[in-house]
Design a protein around this ligand. Structure first.
Ligand code: URA
Length: 431
């Protein structure tokens, strides 16, 4: 079959800071997905995009082309509006776990397609897979059945959803081209738009432990994604939120499930509860549903917990089963007394990853019980010798490198220095 364009001309156009036309974008995404554009050619184009950028028309067309590479899901069989949340990811970010059943308990439907973690941030599916029996892979029919019966489903995106993104993401990962705003925004939004949700709340993280550590870049990414969603008819809003300090008091799969269940039982750390409630209220408002109750009440009166248990059971899991616990642990003590003024989320994330909570290659397995418990956070007084972290792993040989990663992770001051923290909610962007 003769091709409409030559890949090399498209690469040269972007290398020379040109704009790609709509037909060029449609062709290059389609041709790459079916194997007619080689990985080395797409790598060169991605690097040219990373260096020279794309304008809003190009980003929007690139996103549409990725959506059109696969199926588009739709939820018209449901009797309530759909709303989803996407987080750009961070250390201890387990918010999806309490949030999806909470929003379902308040009256909206949450079709949440999630991913596995790579690098220092954990993936929602890895966390849920620490629950005995729980299954991430569902057919579209199963997904609809769980949504109808429980109001929320969290599962893996099937192979049919934005297949162009699957190929492109794997290539970006090995060609140092992940960090381009047009590529990140189109990757995230192609999947969310193809997922068929009517409303979407984006939680764009910023700070040391986030993928976009610069708040201005995080804002720019949030705005580009809100524009893409709005243009596609999805009611989209974004919150830029803090990821300078880990969220909550745990980082690691089963540890984070345990903390999420504490939140669903009406307890849990204050930052997790606050962010879960802010996002739940945004989701309910964007969905247009008249809430059956306030999300704070749903956490206190057991309604959110009931939705969680139903959702876990519907996917084969036992919500009452004992969660896996790592075989070994070691404790890190405070070296001095004073006020903790900072904690570096990235260092905690890397340490949890080295303990076995995360993977360094796609397809690697993770340890369910590995990770870190945090015993004090910035703003708290600590005394020398008090436990700051408990590290968990099945393989004690991992402790050395995990402890190395934690060097300098906390600052303790006895001279009245100010706590260095970003506000939890930094900015709100509406389409
Ligand atoms: N998550 C995605 O799905 N895509 C990106 O490019 C980055 C984060």
């Amino acid at each position: 079959m003769s091709e409409l364009f030559a890949a090399v001309e498209i690469i040269a156009a972007k290398r020379d800071k040109g704009e790609l036309s709509d037909p060029q974008i449609d062709w290059v995404i389609d041709a790459y997905t079916r194997g007619a554009v080689a990985d080395e050619q797409m790598s060169a184009l991605l690097m040219a995009i990373l260096i020279n950028g794309m304008n809003s028309r190009e980003i929007s067309r690139w996103t549409d082309a990725m959506i059109n590479s696969g199926e588009r899901m739709q939820w018209s069989a449901l009797d309530r509006p759909t709303v989803d949340k996407h987080s750009t990811g961070g250390v201890g970010d387990k918010i999806t776990l309490p949030l999806a059943p909470l929003v379902a308990a308040c009256g909206a439907a949450v079709p949440q397609l999630s991913g596995r973690g790579l690098g220092h941030t954990g993936g929602t599916l890895d966390k849920l897979e620490s629950i005995p029996g729980w299954r991430a892979s569902l057919s579209n029919e199963e997904m609809l059945a769980v949504l109808k019966s429980c109001g929320a489903v969290i599962c893996a995106a099937g192979a049919g959803l934005a297949p162009a993104d699957k190929k492109l993401y794997a290539l970006r990962d090995v060609t140092a081209t992940v960090e381009a705003i047009p590529l990140i925004a189109s990757s995230i939004m192609s999947k969310k738009i193809a997922e068929g949700t009517s409303a979407l709340i984006l939680d764009v993280k910023t700070g040391a432990g986030a993928f976009m550590s610069d708040p201005l870049k995080a804002r720019e990414l949030a705005q580009v994604m809100v524009d893409l969603g709005t243009r596609a008819g999805v009611k989209t809003r974004a919150l830029v939120t803090a990821m300078d300090v880990p969220l909550g008091l745990t980082a690691g799969n089963a540890l984070e499930v345990r903390e999420s269940v504490e939140v669903l039982a009406g307890g849990g750390p204050a930052d997790i509860v606050e962010l879960t409630l802010v996002l739940a209220r945004e989701m309910l408002d964007a969905s247009g549903v008249k809430p059956l109750m306030d999300p704070a009440d749903a956490l206190k009166n057991g309604a959110a917990m009931d939705s969680w248990k139903a959702m876990i059971r519907a996917q084969g899991g036992d919500p009452d089963a004992k969660l896996p616990v790592a075989k070994e642990h070691t404790i890190v003590m405070a070296e001095s007394s004073g006020e903790m003024i900072a904690m570096d989320a990235m260092k905690v994330g890397v340490s949890a990853w080295r303990l076995g909570a995360g993977r360094s290659r796609q397809g690697e397995s993770v340890q369910a019980g590995a990770g870190i418990e945090i015993h004090a956070k910035p703003g708290e007084q600590v005394v020398a010798g008090q436990p700051l972290f408990t590290l968990h792993t099945d393989e004690p040989a991992r402790f050395e490198r995990a402890l190395e990663a934690l060097h300098g992770a906390v600052k303790i001051s006895s001279t009245g220095e100010k706590v260095e923290r970003l506000p939890l909610i930094i900015e709100r962007i509406e389409g």
